[in-house]
Design a protein around this ligand. Structure first.
Ligand code: FEO
Length: 402
């Protein structure tokens, strides 16, 4: 049975939600599910903006057929060719034999890589800035390469001033009837999952996001319609500002997040002593995570939020405790930069984890590593407090400068 909402009288949300998916991309936990958004414009010509994941294909097709109300589908605009958005192409090609696929040259290459359907006479290949009139509406195409795939483009509808933004400005979390940003408590209920989505899906491509924001800055945008998450019609500026910060790798808050690995609780103890001293000194919104028990996608999102990061890890096989090594590799892979780092290590006979963590951080851009390093032998003792106090002072001093 169809289940749709109107974005405007002529543009309909025809997407759906998946609350059964455990991990997005079989990688990122999505306890609140995920939405796959698609939008249908009904004008003299009809145009669908992307399809959905196959998990919701029955719902999606019901929504399209209801909204078309017996009319044919003239165009399918393919802004992004990742399978969570392109799984419906083949069925639509078969159901609507006159339908044209609209995309760029790279889109068409990817379609042929994923599918075996013949495209002869079925494609409209667009270039940067090209327009496609539908009647009252006109679509204009802007390329957004590597946000986060090479073929990605965004489509701007000139009359109602709607940006169909592909994965950009999306977030994790299924929609619960309320599909608009002004229908939910975004900061309370959604921001953490938006930051986690940005950091993990798009975070590596800050430069490309900046280029796209610049390209779109001249457009009058009244709606942002992404492929996941909420539709933006009220607080667009807030979202744009978050994207600007995140893509410049600037922290949202001057505060400290502590990540610890701890086999028997002693490294955790050292990290907690430091966190308590920072709190006594007036630092607020401190966060603390056990790297062994927290998904790395959550940890990375916190790195994007916080200006200062404490890494506390035991020495393991003469190297870094594996879950902490995983976090550092993810930070490298996602081009994390411009953070202030403090290092704590533990080792009962030959502590080396601080040296090894520093070597990885040195390979990242614009990172500051504070002195001193806290080096614990087995368990924090009275003399460890001197170094932890000195580390606390160094973090406070650095926070004052920012
Ligand atoms: Fe939501 Fe890049 O796919």
């Amino acid at each position: 049975m169809y289940c749709t909402r109107q974005i405007t009288p002529t543009i309909t949300w025809v997407g759906g939600n998946d609350r059964r998916l455990a991990r997005f991309e079989n990688l990122f936990p999505v306890e609140r599910g995920v939405s796959y958004n698609s939008y249908l414009i009904v004008d003299k010509k009809t145009a669908l903006m992307d399809t959905t994941d196959s998990a919701i294909s029955r719902q999606f097709m019901d929504n399209i057929l209801h909204t078309l109300d017996g009319r044919p589908l003239d165009y399918l605009v393919v802004n992004h060719m990742e399978p969570d958005h392109c799984a419906g192409i083949e069925e639509l090609m078969l159901r609507f034999p006159q339908m044209q696929l609209v995309g760029n040259a790279k889109t068409m290459t990817l379609i042929q890589q994923f599918y075996d359907m013949p495209l002869d006479g079925r494609t409209v290949v667009v270039k940067e800035g090209d327009t496609l009139p539908l009647g009252q509406h006109t679509l204009q195409f802007f390329f957004a390469p590597m946000v986060h795939w090479p073929e990605v483009m965004v489509t701007y509808e000139q009359t109602e001033k709607v940006l169909f933004s592909a994965d950009a400005f999306g977030g994790f979390g299924a929609l619960s009837g309320n599909i608009f940003d002004d229908e939910v408590g975004f900061t309370r209920d959604w921001l953490d999952d938006y930051r986690r989505y940005y950091a993990n899906i798009v975070g590596k491509y800050g430069m490309q996001v900046q280029a796209t924001l610049k390209k779109l800055s001249g457009l009058d945008i009244q709606f942002i319609c992404p492929l996941h998450g909420l539709i933006w019609r009220t607080n667009l500026q807030m979202l744009l500002e978050k994207y600007d910060l995140w893509s410049r790798y600037e922290p949202e808050e001057q505060t400290v997040t502590l990540f610890y690995g701890s086999m028997y609780g002693d490294t955790e103890n050292a990290a907690e002593i430091l966190a308590t001293k920072l709190a006594d000194a007036g630092i607020r919104n401190i966060a603390m995570y056990d790297v062994s028990g927290t998904d790395v996608s959550v940890l990375i999102a916190e790195v994007f939020r916080c200006s200062h990061v404490v890494l506390a890890a035991p020495t393991y096989n003469n190297g870094i405790y594996p879950p902490m090594l995983g976090l550092l590799h993810d930070m490298q892979a996602l081009s994390v930069q411009s953070r202030t780092i403090a290092l704590m290590e533990n080792g009962s006979w030959a502590p080396t984890s601080a040296k090894n963590m520093r070597a990885l951080i040195d390979g990242m851009k614009n990172m500051t590593v504070l002195e001193p390093v806290v080096s614990v032998r087995s368990a924090p003792k009275e003399q460890s407090l001197t170094t932890i106090n000195a580390m606390c002072d160094a973090i406070l001093e650095s926070l004052k400068k920012n």
